[in-house]
Design a protein around this ligand. Structure first.
Ligand code: C2E
Ligand code: MG
Ligand code: MG
Length: 746
């Protein structure tokens, strides 16, 4: 047993001993009460008149005042002849009629032969005891019950007159002991100091009503060994606990089963052990639970995290979808709706009642600008344009960006006049230059109007508005065109041309015509401009470069086409067919300039042909010369550095960068034909012309005036200082042989 258990065990034993001591104390105090009563009775009795009634009255009073529950009867027992000289014995005795109390009665014992009390053991022992002492008899059986008597002799006239007794019967003792809980005890034994047992009970045979282990008639003496053995025989491991009163008059023994105590302890502890065991066993489970909880927690967190991630993901997807949707339906540069949105949101034309108009706005010079300008500048221009479009269109108008630099306006339920008015006011608006990076950029805008009423579906409406633009001369800038049948024809023609250009025979069908460039002074040819012609087998016609050059720039054939012209020109120069002091001007698309390695490739061709670079002039249009794109100017500079001669074509129609004109050594300025046409309209134009010529001269440029058709123009411009000219007056573009005839080769 663990020391802790032993301690518990001892404590358990001590508790039981204390329990016995407590019971014994109560027994003692009850007996003390009996002694006091006995004392009082003996004191009073010696002066009692020796008659029956006095004794009867006295005993009744004493009995009634007695407080102890142990008292069964009180007797005054006289020695023979003391009460009366003629009577041998006399003993008035008062007692309950029932062993458990209740009614009581007084009886008189008088010299009856069957009851000679002075011969009984109890009487003799009490009478023989010390006169001032009490005597407690061992249990004895007397007619009905087992008695224990406490008695004291009394004196009359100086001699022992008899004994006064207080009787305790066994039923009363049993009642008395019943007030204590001795259920934990296997047996209980109360003894007197001489070890005579006055009360003993075995609790083992509880079923038989607590039968005493002692025979009723027996007056046993307590024997430790015998007692223990008796319990051992009953399968008990007895432990005898004993306690005695201070005066050692009583001893109380409690028999407990040692095993029972240990069992109790085990039971007590086992409960703890079980709890402990339970928790020990449950520990892994709790651990598992806590792990599970933790795992759940982690899982929950994970779930929460995943949930949050999912939410974020969903949010992101939504945002992405929104962004995608935005991208799907918006133009990222201008923020305007795109053609997808146009086809999804605009209702199809619904016949003659449909008063809507589709206005296509084409930014004519943007394609060129986008080749030669940085992209962010192009984007800024487009944003500015879109901003103006939004602020100048009515709220109910739908605005869309189409392919390239085309924009669409749907005038909702607008009468025809209003669509035109809107176009006019927009035209006015876009004439205002856009100021970007300290630079004025003028948009060349064209408007193509198509009535919904004339279209069968949206696609047709778009095609019609497109046709109004492409069916008209692209040089007619700042114009508003209305769709008509001719336009439709033109449009189909362009589609036709595009198809023709994609034929393998395209390049083979090209040839050059040459238009002489003359010196005004003597009208002698100094050079010629190579002008491309296309004799298309597909269309069966000769196609004008004004038609197919822009188309070739759109579909990319311009590069191949450009090399054809250069190759052909170099071949002509190298062939010696033309006079050696002539030069040939070649129109070069800005797209060709930005082709990587263009100067090298050209050099290679020139070197291979052994041609002097002075004999070739590369014409670039003025609008492309207004380029801000670095690589364009790098190429121009490179060509100038390699001693090529560069001409600015159509001078006066585009946005000239005078800064560039001054800083780059251009060789020639070709003044556009429109100046010649306008010259006679107003005297102011003469001044403009004069200053243009002076500008060229001051820059030491060759100034060639294009489009001289009449002698009048020739004379007038000659008087203004024109030195070189080109025009129908001198010669239309012609085959080489025709222009050479004028001046045979040197
Ligand atoms: P451009 O370079 O300004 O060429 C002059 C244009 O004016 C030619 O038209 C010519 O026939 C025309 N022209 C000359 N004198 C007169 C005149 O007195 N009155 C009128 N009304 N027109 C006159 P063309 O040949 O139709 O060429 C048109 C444009 O096509 C050219 O204008 C040029 O920009 C482009 N082009 C022609 N050939 C080529 C080429 O080989 N490559 C490139 N990139 N463009 C070319
Ligand atoms: Mg030209
Ligand atoms: Mg020109």
């Amino acid at each position: 047993m663990y020391s802790n258990d032993r301690k518990e065990y001892l404590l358990e034993v001590k508790n039981r001993t204390d329990h016995l001591s407590y019971a014994l104390e109560i027994i003692e105090s009850n007996f003390i009460a009996l002694y006091q009563l006995l004392e009082t009775t003996t004191t009073l009795s010696h002066s009692l008149p020796l008659d029956r009634s006095s004794h009867e009255e006295f005993l009744t009073k004493i009995f009634s005042s007695a407080r102890s529950s142990l008292i069964y009867g009180i007797g005054i027992w006289y020695e023979p002849y003391v009460f009366s000289p003629d009577r041998q014995w006399y003993g008035p005795y008062i007692h309950y009629n029932d062993p458990r109390g209740g009614l009581f009665s007084v009886s008189y014992e008088w010299s009856t032969p069957e009851y000679e009390y002075h011969r009984t053991d109890w009487y003799k022992k009490i009478l023989d005891s010390a006169s001032d002492g009490f005597y407690l008899t061992a249990p004895y059986f007397d007619t009905d019950y087992t008695y224990i008597t406490v008695g004291k002799p009394f004196y009359r006239e100086g001699r022992k007159a008899g004994v006064i007794t207080i009787d305790i019967i066994r039923p009363l003792l049993e009642d008395f002991f019943r007030q204590f809980d001795f259920s934990d005890y296997e047996g209980l034994i109360l003894t007197l100091s001489d070890r005579s047992i006055i009360y003993a009970v075995s609790c083992i045979d509880k079923g038989s009503g607590g039968v005493s282990m002692f025979q009723e008639e027996n007056t046993e003496v307590f024997n430790r060994g015998k007692t223990l053995e008796m319990f051992t025989r009953k399968g008990i491991t007895p432990l005898l606990l004993e306690t005695e009163t201070k005066d050692k008059r009583f001893k109380l023994y409690g028999v407990t089963d040692r095993k029972e105590i240990i069992r109790g302890l085990i039971k007590h502890y086992s409960r703890n052990y079980i709890i402990f065991l339970f928790f020990s066993l449950m520990l892994p489970f709790f651990y598992y639970l806590s792990l599970r909880t933790k795992r759940k927690d982690i899982e929950n967190r994970q779930l929460n995290f995943e949930n949050t991630s999912l939410k974020i993901e969903i949010q992101k997807r939504k945002e992405a979808e929104t962004a995608l949707e935005f991208i799907a339906y918006h133009d990222p540069v201008t923020g305007l709706h795109n053609l997808n949105a146009f086809f999804e949101t605009i209702d199809s034309p619904y016949g003659l009642e449909d008063s809507r108009y589709l206005i296509q706005v084409s930014l004519e010079n943007m394609r060129e600008l986008s080749i030669i300008m940085d992209r962010d500048i192009i984007d800024s221009i487009l944003k500015e344009f879109a901003g103006r479009l939004v602020s100048n269109c009515p709220e109910n108008a739908g605005l869309f960006r189409g392919r390239g630099f085309n924009f669409y306006i749907v005038c909702m339920d607008t009468p025809r006049g209003n669509a035109l008015n809107l176009s006019r006011s927009l035209l006015q608006e876009f004439r205002r230059a856009i100021l970007l990076h300290n630079r004025n950029i003028r948009l060349r805008v064209r408007f193509g109007l198509a009535a919904f009423a004339e279209a069968e579906d949206l696609n047709q409406a778009v095609n019609m508005s497109q046709a109004t633009l492409s069916g008209n001369n692209s040089k007619q800038i700042d114009q508003i065109f209305l769709y008509n049948d001719r336009i439709q024809e033109n449009n189909s023609r362009m589609i036709n041309l595009d198809a023709a250009m994609s034929q393998n025979s395209f390049i083979d069908e090209l040839h050059l015509l040459y238009q002489p460039i003359i010196r005004v002074e003597d009208r002698k040819t100094v050079g010629a401009e190579a002008l491309l012609r296309w004799n298309s087998s597909y269309t069966g016609t000769i196609v004008s470069p004004a038609d197919f050059i822009p188309l070739a720039e759109e579909n990319g054939y311009i590069i191949e086409l450009g090399w054809f012209v250069l190759r052909e020109t170099i071949r002509v120069l190298a062939s010696g067919i033309i006079p050696g002091d002539w030069f040939i001007s070649v129109n070069v698309s800005p797209l060709q300039f930005i082709e990587s390695g263009f100067p090298d490739k050209l050099d290679a061709m020139m070197d291979a042909a052994g041609i002097d670079k002075k004999r070739i002039k590369l014409e670039i249009t003025e609008s492309s010369a207004s380029s801000t794109a670095q690589y364009f100017w790098q190429s121009v500079e490179e060509l100038i550095n390699r001693e090529y001669r560069l001409a600015i074509d159509d001078f006066g129609t585009g946005e000239s960068s005078f800064h560039r004109l001054y800083t780059l050594a251009f060789d020639t300025l070709k003044v556009d034909r429109t100046f010649v046409k306008d010259i006679q309209a107003a005297p102011r134009n003469i001044e403009i012309f004069r200053s243009l010529l002076n500008l060229g001269k001051s820059m030491e440029n060759m100034v060639i005036v294009e489009g001289i058709e009449t002698e009048k123009e020739h004379e007038l411009l000659k008087s203004l200082g024109m030195t070189y000219a080109q025009g129908y007056l001198y010669s239309r573009p012609a085959v080489l042989e025709d222009i050479i005839q004028e001046k045979p080769p040197c």
